[in-house]
Structures are given as structure tokens and as C-alpha cells.
Ligand binder design. Structure first.
Ligand code: AMP
Ligand code: MG
Length: 420
């Protein structure tokens, strides 16, 4: 892969990934378990929401008309409708969310009314009951009201038959609330893609264990697993593979049997101890690309075996996370039928960044609203942005994409930022 001319662009690499994706199936998921899942059906409401005309205020249901003194003939509470019929000259005390009684066509907020009998402000107007439970007649003085005032019409939020959620939507709190409001206890969602994360390297040590000389802690195992989870994947394996050809073949082979997506980090380059590519080829995984015109993340490999996707990501921790974001995350979204790409925005560089002559750079940045015109400004998270400087990912809002070329991208220049 030494030849830069053999490398493909980020866009071309993404295109090849998405071209290889076939959707996973779907399954019913209870609302309790559906946060973050991707909807596999169109949800239409079988009812009006609200289901009935209801009061938007605590106050009195009345027949709309001029200011008047009215007899209070009963009460309508949320979930406890008033069963009678209201006529002119009458009012029913009503709570927010209660059914508007038959005959009434307006609600008057309690703070605009005055109790006629027994002194007291509108706030204490109530149906006084004496000890024997008999209702004492109350009267209330109400101002002029218009028909429909303070009434929420049935179906005002969602009319029966309306489509409230589209296929491919990632379910967040609002979507789950809307699904519940139309009475759905479960939704058909895309099955979560099964993902295996294999990290390779004799130097890798589990956090918590003592480091031998030459050892490092395996950060990729955790960062990549968390990225998988964020992207809606189900982590079915996370294993460390030693740098020998046989173990690599065995463990990658087992992962390919079990998972929809196999992610291998490290061991993908051309060193004598890099066994991942030969293993993938021997296992019948067909290469779709090798090498991207990207920094960090050049040594990225992608192939398929049937519907199974296999990614060989660089071992350097930043490269692994960046290439996951740019290539694996879109695949996981597309497998579930969601829009593949996270949104991009544009921002002004807070400082100059030296261009790479050959490769597009993904600079980890924080985004802040600033500058005279309130533009978004992109500030590199850390001074050093090497592919081993994992702290550059901490607090990063996005990846600023710097086109290849000579010289530098100047401070103030507008660049595209892929949001993380
Ligand atoms: P490789 O791609 O295997 O040549 O690895 C490139 C660099 O990334 C080396 O410095 C590795 O030690 C490092 N590296 C590989 N895998 C991991 C990992 N799981 N966690 C942290 N660093 C890693
Ligand atoms: Mg290695």
C-alpha cells in the first residue's frame, strides 16, 4: 500500500462500505427496551390524541357567552368525567385534562373567576359538602368567553390515522413518549447488529493487571466496544488476540461465524507480525478496500464474506476511533436501516493547521459559538494530534476535515466538521 495513488478517499471508502450492507431483520421490542433502537415500521395512530376534547386549564367549563353568574352543578376531574349535561347559566368545575362536559364549549381559568357565595377568591371555589354529604349550591362569576377558549380539541396533537414515527428513526425519549401516547406497548425495531471486537497485539494488557516491560493497556478494546454500543450494535465478543498467525486465524474465524460485523484492531499493517490481512483472506473474506487517504487512519482494511462485514482498523488508538466513526458507524446504522451518516457542520478554524500533502486530516476539535458573527469555531482539543494521542478524543465534538495540499489551512478558514 506504499503508493499514495492506490489509496481511496474517505467518501469512496464509505461508498464501498455502504454498498456492501444488507439490512438485518427486525423484531418486536417493548418500549422499556427500545431507547436507541432503530424503528423498522411506520407508526400510525389508531386514535386521536388527545382522545377527547379536554380543558387546558383548571377552572370552569361553561357555555361560551357574555360575563355571567353561573350555578356550579358539579365537577369534572382528569380521568373522572362529569356525567350530566351542562346548560346555559350553569358551570362545572373542571381540572386540566378533564373531559369537557356535554353542552359546554369553553373553559374559564379559575383565576379569572370569583366565588359569588361565601366570600373567598376564585381559588377556593369548591363544591362545599356539609357533614351529611349534601352539596351546597355554589355560584361563580365568570367573564365573557369565546367558544373553544381553553379547550384542547380531540386529535389536536395527533389525529387518528396520522403517521407519527417514520421507519429508520432512532428512538429517543420523545419518540418513545409519542409511541406510548398512541397506545403502543412495543415497536418493531431492527435487530441489533452482532459485533465482535478483536484487538491484536502481544503488548496488550487488560486494565487492572500489572504492566510488564513493553506492555501497554488495551484502550481500543474499551473505546471500540463503547463506540459499537453507541452505534446500536450488540457486542457479542471482545477478545485480545496474540500476534501469531494461527491464533489470529482461529479467533477471527470464530468471530466471522458468529457476528454480522467483525472489527479487528491492529496487526493490519505490513510488518512481519501483522497477521490480520492474511487471516481474513484465508478465511474467505473478500477485500473491498485497503488503505484510505486519511490521517489518522491510512491502514484501514475492509472486506466481506457473504453478508458479514470485516474491518481491519489501525491499532493506533486515535486511528481506531476515527476510522470506526468514519466507516464502521455508518455501516452499523445502515444495517439497521437508519440514515448512515452523522450530520456535518461547518466551522471556522480557530488556528492554522498544516496540511498534509497527500491525505485528508481528521483533526479532533471542540466547537464553540464565538467570533464577531457568532460563527462556530473549531479549536483542536490538544496541541499534539498524533494517532497515539488518545486524549485528543476526550471532549472532542467533531472531526474537522482538512483537505490535503501544500501549506496550511489558515485560521478563520471554513472547514467541514463531522460531528461525533
Ligand atoms: P499495530 O497496528 O498493531 O501496528 O499497532 C499500532 C500501534 O497501536 C502500536 O503502538 C500498538 O501498541 C498500538 N495498539 C494496538 N492495539 C492497541 C490497543 N488495543 N490499545 C491500545 N493501543 C494499541
Ligand atoms: Mg500490533
Amino acid at each position: 500500500m506504499a503508493l499514495v495513488s492506490d489509496l481511496i478517499t474517505i467518501e469512496e471508502a464509505r461508498r464501498r462500505v455502504l454498498e456492501a450492507v444488507t439490512r438485518v431483520g427486525d423484531e418486536p421490542v417493548s418500549l422499556d427496551a427500545a431507547l436507541g433502537r432503530v424503528l423498522a415500521e411506520e407508526v400510525a395512530s389508531t386514535l386521536d390524541v388527545p382522545p377527547f376534547d379536554s380543558s387546558a386549564m383548571d377552572g370552569f367549563a361553561v357555555v361560551a357567552g357574555p360575563a355571567a353568574e353561573l350555578d356550579v352543578i358539579g365537577e369534572a376531574r382528569a380521568g373522572r368525567p362529569f356525567s350530566g349535561v351542562l346548560a346555559a347559566g350553569q358551570a362545572v368545575r373542571i381540572s386540566t385534562g378533564a373531559v369537557v362536559p356535554e353542552g359546554a364549549d369553553a373553559a374559564v381559568p379559575v383565576e379569572r373567576t370569583t366565588a359569588v357565595k361565601g366570600g373567598g377568591s376564585g381559588d377556593d371555589v369548591a363544591l362545599d359538602r356539609n357533614i351529611s354529604g349534601e352539596v351546597r349550591q355554589e355560584r361563580v362569576s365568570v367573564p365573557e368567553s369565546r367558544a373553544g377558549a381553553n379547550i384542547r380539541r380531540a386529535g389536536e396533537d395527533i389525529p387518528v390515522g396520522a403517521v407519527v414515527l417514520q421507519r429508520g428513526t432512532t428512538l429517543g425519549p420523545a419518540e418513545l413518549g409519542v409511541a406510548a401516547s398512541v397506545g403502543r406497548a412495543a415497536l418493531r425495531c431492527a435487530r441489533q447488529p452482532r459485533v465482535a471486537v478483536l484487538v491484536t497485539g502481544d503488548e496488550l494488557t487488560e486494565p487492572g493487571a500489572a504492566l510488564a516491560r513493553g506492555g501497554i493497556y488495551s484502550s481500543n478494546a474499551f473505546a471500540l466496544a463503547a463506540q459499537v454500543e453507541r452505534a446500536g450494535g450488540e457486542l457479542v465478543a471482545r477478545a485480545t488476540v496474540p500476534d501469531d498467525p494461527q491464533s489470529t486465524r482461529e479467533q477471527v474465524g470464530a468471530a466471522l461465524e458468529d457476528a454480522d460485523v467483525v472489527i479487528v484492531s491492529g496487526g493490519v499493517s505490513v510488518g512481519p507480525h501483522d497477521h490480520v490481512k492474511p487471516a481474513l483472506r484465508e478465511l474467505g473474506v473478500e477485500e473491498r478496500f485497503w488503505g484510505v487517504r486519511l490521517r489518522p487512519g491510512k491502514p484501514t482494511w475492509f472486506g466481506t464474506r457473504g453478508g458479514t462485514l470485516a474491518f481491519g482498523l489501525p491499532g493506533n488508538p486515535v486511528s481506531a476511533m476515527v476510522t470506526f466513526q468514519l466507516f464502521v458507524r455508518p455501516a452499523l446504522a445502515a444495517l439497521q436501516g437508519a440514515p448512515p451518516h452523522t450530520p456535518r457542520t461547518s466551522a471556522q478554524l480557530a488556528e492554522a493547521i498544516e496540511r498534509n500533502p497527500e491525505r485528508e486530516q481528521a483533526i479532533r476539535v471542540r466547537l464553540l459559538q464565538s467570533g464577531s458573527n457568532g460563527d462556530l469555531e473549531a479549536t483542536p482539543t490538544t496541541g499534539a494530534q498524533g494517532s497515539h494521542v488518545l486524549t485528543s478524543m476526550v471532549g472532542a465534538d467533531g472531526l474537522a476535515l482538512i483537505a490535503p495540499g501544500e501549506g496550511e489551512a489558515a485560521a478563520g478558514e471554513r472547514v467541514e466538521v463531522e460531528l461525533l
